[in-house]
Design a binder for this molecule. Structure first.
Ligand code: HEC
Length: 114
């Protein structure tokens, strides 16, 4: 029975690793991520699949695909207000309404697995 359990969890692990970065996927609490994104006002400008004022999170995930420091970069970007260029004009980009790094990492993991 123990043998069977090990084989099954190994199998699932390999399958997950093949689909997306296992560390990201394993950590994401989707409900918590959407709740914080919504309460921080992110979803006014971003949708997961459709470009609004900001790029869709699917596009962001594609842009950062395969970049080992993607999570670290985006955690820094969303921990405090940043300057971004929108149509050549500098604008202030909002930070997440949380100082809790694991909450911020969760939202970043969620974005990167869209
Ligand atoms: C007023 C509209 C607006 C709001 C609100 C907003 N964003 Fe953005 N966001 C943008 C725009 C515009 C860009 C593209 C900036 C650029 O091209 O450099 C962007 C870019 C991004 C990126 C990609 C950064 C990159 O390096 O490519 C992420 C991730 C992101 N936003 C997440 C969020 C999150 C999470 C929130 C909520 C805290 C949020 N945004 C709130 C407009 C917004």
């Amino acid at each position: 029975m123990n043998f069977l359990k090990t084989t099954l969890s190994l199998g699932a692990g390999v399958l997950m690793a093949g689909l997306m970065p296992a560390t990201l996927a394993a950590e994401v609490d989707e409900a918590a991520a959407t709740a914080l994104a919504r309460s921080s006002g992110c979803l006014k400008c971003h949708s997961t699949t459709r470009d609004k004022e900001g790029p869709s999170y699917k596009k962001v995930a594609e842009k950062y695909k395969g970049q080992a420091d993607a999570q670290q970069k985006l955690v820094a970007f969303l921990s405090k207000e940043s300057k971004v260029k929108v149509n050549g004009k500098e604008e202030t980009h909002k930070a997440l309404d949380s100082k809790n790094e694991s909450d911020i990492r969760n939202v970043v993991g969620w974005i990167l697995t869209r």
